[in-house]
Design a protein around this ligand. Structure first.
Ligand code: SAH
Length: 463
């Protein structure tokens, strides 16, 4: 048996030390070093000196709590949200927006050089929002019961399931905030009971609202623990009066003991099944459960970059792997000969096809399945040779088989859209080893005030 190594952290639990922050982790915590031993401390900013209480020590690293700031960074700012430190939905409101954008650029640079060995690749400054607030187009709010018996609608306290009542979430579009408040008051007026997750009783689990800024349409979704929703008619009437731009009122039923918000069954209570939104000149139909980017303004910025990197002239064959509801596919289709999209979730593909019809686009095809199985088959059985390959995988990155298939198919250009710099770097390395070169990477801030980093890479075949 291997002898257990004794751990000699230079600090001890509960000890208070003084140290300076040198870096930030990918969850936005400050990194202070004591004799080379890193301590991760939420809300610390590089350049700051602080008193830190050691909370936990492990082999090689530890965790601390910021007790007092002794020197303050110019990048620090007062978080405007009054519930920022309780909520946990945002992680970097205490940093100025410029600092947030630089932090995201550095995350990408560090991942590319440390994980991908790509030290020379140019990572552009992050494209941010002019006004990095009130950008989210979807609110999903848990409902609970206050001590006085009335309904509360809010957020789960950090690392818990306690619901804190909330009046506003300042990264939500105002229409969502206002509608959630209105729905809460109306449901309370008709004495609808909140769901109690411990007892698995009560009716209303979540209120979800989706807002399409370009059309002004709003959708209200009641997520209920069962078929029953008392006083349905009155609820609908009051909502229509209280929220004039409501276009769709929907009930979704979720009877499971689960943290997953949506159940399998959805029914329209009033109005349309869909609301419509535009990104550029493409129209999208959004149903209660459709996946849709939450920051449409920045989505346009991201897709414009993807389009630029794809360098389409009109006669190209394009593959869009991990295509979701076909947002990128349709955005590229107007400039390409043909786009093939593939996506593993059948409902998303149904949405993609509907969106293609809605936009009268005939040069797109969508298939359900795993990209790594469907695309090799397209290649072998149908002889499809893409000029441009677009991928937008989930956090875990591209499947190994898919990367190998890309190398076999030899597209001229690969446009890699990524929400995780670490797996992006890993995959770019494999593409480089297979004869491709990463030309440039553009981070785009899709989620201001949070640590999420999105970027797009331009990769070309070496000749
Ligand atoms: N490009 C889309 C969605 C990207 S999210 C947009 O911008 O809106 C990533 C998508 O990949 C999700 O829709 C997920 O369902 C899908 N997915 C995950 N694993 C997959 C796989 N192995 N093959 C195909 N699609 C997959």
């Amino acid at each position: 048996m291997k002898k257990k190594q004794t751990v000699h952290a230079p600090v001890q639990k509960n000890e208070t030390i003084t140290a300076s922050f040198e870096d930030l982790t990918h969850d936005g915590a400050g990194v202070a070093k004591v004799d080379g031993y890193p301590l991760f401390v939420p809300y610390g900013i590089p350049g700051e000196k602080a008193k830190i209480k050691v909370i936990k020590t492990k082999k090689g690293y530890g965790f601390g709590k910021l007790v007092e700031r002794l020197e303050e960074s110019e990048e620090r700012t007062d978080p405007p949200c009054p519930i920022y430190y309780q909520c946990g939905g945002c992680q970097i409101q205490h940093m100025s927006y410029d600092a947030q954008l630089r932090y995201k650029q550095k995350q990408v640079q560090d991942a590319l050089s440390k994980i991908g060995g790509l030290k020379e690749v140019e990572v552009h400054p992050t494209l941010g929002m002019e006004d990095p607030w009130r950008y989210r187009n979807k609110a999903q709010v848990p409902i609970g019961t206050r001590n006085d018996g009335h309904l509360k609608a809010g957020f789960y306290q950090k690392r818990s399931h306690r619901i804190i009542d909330m009046e506003a979430c300042i990264i939500q579009q105002k229409e969502n905030d206002d509608s959630v408040q209105a729905v809460k008051e109306i449901a309370d007026k008709y004495n609808i009971k909140a769901y109690d997750e411990e007892k698995h009783r009560g009716t209303l689990r979540h209120v979800v609202t989706r807002y399409a800024k370009t059309t002004g349409q709003l959708m209200v979704i009641f997520i209920t623990n069962g078929e029953e929703l008392p006083h349905k008619k009155k609820l609908i009437e009051d909502i229509r009066q209280g929220i004039p731009n409501v276009a769709s009122i929907v009930q979704n039923i979720n009877t499971k003991r689960t943290n997953v918000i949506f159940g399998d069954k959805t029914r329209v209570l009033w109005g349309e099944e869909y609301i419509y939104d535009h990104i550029g000149d493409v129209t999208f139909a959004i149903s209660a459960r459709s996946f849709y980017q939450v920051n449409p303004a920045q989505t346009k910025v991201l897709y414009d970059k993807a389009l630029e990197y794809a360098r389409l002239r009109g006669n190209e064959t394009v593959i869009d792997a991990y295509c979701g509801i076909g947002t990128i596919s349709l955005f590229l289709a107007k400039n390409a000969k043909h786009v093939y999209g593939v996506e593993s979730v059948p409902e998303a593909v149904a949405d993609a096809k509907r969106n293609a019809r809605l936009n009268k686009m005939e040069n797109v095809d969508f298939a359900v399945g795993e990209a790594e199985s469907v695309i090799p088959w397209w290649h072998q059985a149908h002889g499809i040779h893409p000029d441009v390959f677009v991928v937008d995988p989930p956090r875990k990155g591209c499947d190994e088989t898919l990367l190998e298939t890309m190398l076999k198919m030899q597209p001229q250009r690969i446009v890699y859209v990524s929400c995780n710099p670490a797996t992006l770097a890993r995959d770019l390395k494999k593409l480089e080893e297979g004869g491709y070169e990463t030309k440039e990477v553009q981070p785009v801030d899709m989620f201001p005030q949070t640590t999420h980093v999105e970027c797009v890479a331009k990769v070309v075949l070496n000749v």
